[in-house]
Design a protein around this ligand. Structure first.
Ligand code: ATP
Length: 202
């Protein structure tokens, strides 16, 4: 099984990395691909360019062999739709079960994504609880608590995975940086080093 974590990653932080490792270990995933979105359909322009956000993701996953930065959304033109990313991964990977990882905040908005039913045909969803978020209950008929059910099919199920509760967000990190406060220990030092060296958030 392969995990996919799409995000703005503006910037990537330990709330992405630790929770992805929790899921990888709990479900026995072979790999988690971190896929920065070029042009997120659901929000305004990110502070950093796609290339800058990709570079931070690449540096963050270095040293964890099961983590991989995947640039497929950055080389595609137009809006980043998850369904297109999954179709492209399917072409590359065949029928392997795909687990789309997302925080509970993202899952709450999932019904309004582009083609959610097709996304669920192409992948399972693995929902990670975020601090302060309650348990959403859309798509209840697809819920499972059994990871074997994920292994048995390429997609179609939704599993809630308990993860380390880290109240870290990219928004808070950007705010700290813009106010001249240090976000150290919320994200890898290697990522912070690049942010500081290139004065990425002003
Ligand atoms: P922002 O504050 O800019 O909205 P973010 O910190 O939520 O950013 P994203 O890149 O938007 O980060 O998140 C990508 C995915 O990772 C989303 O599915 C989100 O729910 C999940 N995620 C982000 N932070 C955490 C966290 N601390 N715990 C669990 N999941 C998280």
């Amino acid at each position: 099984m392969i995990g996919i974590l799409g995000g703005t990653f503006d910037p990537i932080h330990y709330g992405h990395l630790r929770t992805a490792l929790d899921v990888l270990q709990a479900l026995g995933l072979e790999q988690v691909r971190f896929i920065p979105l070029q042009n997120p359909p659901h929000r305004g322009e990110p502070d950093l360019s796609p290339q800058q956000r990709l570079e931070l993701v690449q540096v963050a996953v270095e040293g964890t062999p099961q983590f991989r930065a995947d640039d497929r959304e950055l080389i595609r033109q137009g809006k980043s739709y998850t369904v297109d990313t999954l179709l492209s991964l399917r072409k590359e990977l065949g029928d392997v079960p795909l687990c789309l990882l997302m925080g509970s905040d993202a899952f709450r908005g999932f019904p309004s994504w582009h083609k959610p039913e097709q996304i669920l045909e192409l992948a399972h969803l693995v929902v990670m609880q975020r601090p302060g978020e309650h348990h959403p209950d859309n798509y209840k008929t697809r819920f499972t608590a059994n990871p074997d059910q994920l292994r048995a099919a390429p997609g179609g199920s939704i599993l809630f995975q308990p993860v380390t509760q880290l109240a870290i967000s990219a928004t808070a990190i950007r705010e700290m940086l813009s106010q001249g406060r240090s976000p150290r220990y919320l994200l890898p030092d290697s990522v912070l080093k690049i942010i500081e060296k290139k004065s990425l958030y002003g």
